[in-house]
Design a protein around this ligand. Sequence first.
Ligand code: URA
Length: 435
Amino acid sequence: MRSDGAVSMPDVISIIRAKRDGRELRGDEIDWVVEAFARGIVADEQMAALAMAIWFRGMTRAETARWTTAMVDSGRRLDFTGLGVPTVDKHSTGGVGDKITLPLAPLVAACGAAVPQLSGRGLGHTGGTLDKLESIPGWRADLSSAEIAHMLTDSAVGAVVCAAGAELAPADHRLYALRDVTGTVESIPLIASSIMSKKIAEGTGALVLDVKVGSGAFMTELGDARELARTMVELGADAGLPTSALLTRMDTPLGRTVGNALEVREAVEVLAGGGPADVVELTLGLAREMLAAVGLDATDPADRLRDGSAMDRWRAMIVAQGGDPDAPLPAAASTETVFAPRGGVVTELDALAVGTAAWRLGAGRARQGAAVQAGAGVELHVGIGDAVRAGQPLATLHTDTPEALPAAVTGFLEGVRIGDRTPVRPPLIVERITA
Ligand code: URA
C-alpha cells in the first residue's frame, strides 16, 4: 500500500529482485506476473530471470499453489461434472518405453470410469503418448470439446486421449518452452505447478500421478521424486482435485519396446491379455488406484483384460478418433541388430541410454514442433536378469535414417552391463503418496 492509500501495481523487476533475494512472493504479485507474462507484458527474458530465481530459491506451498491457480486462470477450464459419469485421469512424469496410457485408458473405461486424458507430445529421450498414437494410420489428436464429451459419454468408448489444446493453461505453455531453453526445467515447484495447472484446467474429477524415479526420469533420486509427488498431491488437494501418486522405478525401459509404433504394438499385446510382465503390473496398479479414486474399486481390472472388454474399448477409442485399429503399423526402413559382447547375466539396461538411442534413431524430437519417425526405436530382446551368450542378439534398432545407426549402437551399448551374478531388482511400484 502506498502512503496515499492507493494499491501499488507490482512491477516485474521488483518481483524478480524479491525472489532473487529469497523473499516469499505475495499472492497479488504472483497473479500479476503470470497474467502479464501470458499477455506479453512481461518479456521472455524477465520471466526467464524469475524462473531462474525460483530455481535457486524455491517456492513455499502457498506460493506454488497460487502460481498454479494463476496458470489455470490464464486460460480455459473444462468441466465434465455435468456428464453424469465419474472422470479420472492419470499423468506420468515421463519415462522410457512408457506406453501405459494406451492400455490403461480403455481398461479403466471398461471398468466404468470415464478417462479424459489430455496429453502432450514428447521431448528429448522420453516419448509422448500422442506421438505413439499418431503412428496408427488415420488417428488424429486434435478434437473439439464436443467430440471429447461425446467420447466420454458413449457407453462403447468412455475414454479419450487427445491433444491438450493451447487454451488450457497457456501461461504454462509459454513458460515451459522458455524453461526448456534456459536450464530451468528441473525445479520441483515449477514442474509441479506446470503439470498440475494443466490437469486442474482439464477438469478431471480425480487424478492419479505416476511419478518416475531413476536414470530415465526427471528425478533420479527417490527423495526428489517423493518431494515432487507430495507437492503435486498437495496442489491437487488445495485445488479440490482428489490426487494420489505412485512412485515407480524408471531405471530400465518399461516393457521391451521404445519408439512410437513399436510401443503401440506392445500395448495391444497387453490389451489382448499378454505383453511384458512389468507393463501389465503397472497398468493394473494404476488402474486399481484410479478406480479407487472414484469409488469403483469393487471391479478387478485384470478381469477386463481377460474378457476382451478393454480391447473392445481400445478399438472403439481408436475408431472414434479416425484411426484404423486393424491397419498395419508403420515399420522403419532400416534395422540393425546389437549383439552381446560377452556371456553372463544382464545386470543393467539403462533407461537413459536406451531412450537416447531411440531418440537418435528418430523416435523422439530435439525441439518442440519437430517431426518424429513412426517406425523408429529400440526393440529389446533381453531384460535385466536374463542370461545371455556372447554374440546373442540384445536388441534390434529401427530407423528411417540409417546414418543414425552407428551412434545409436554405441550409445545403446554404453547402457548395457553384463555381469556374472543375477542382480537384485527393486520393486517396480515403490511407494504410494496420498494427501
Ligand atoms: N512436464 C510438464 O508438463 N511440465 C514440466 O515442467 C515438466 C514436465
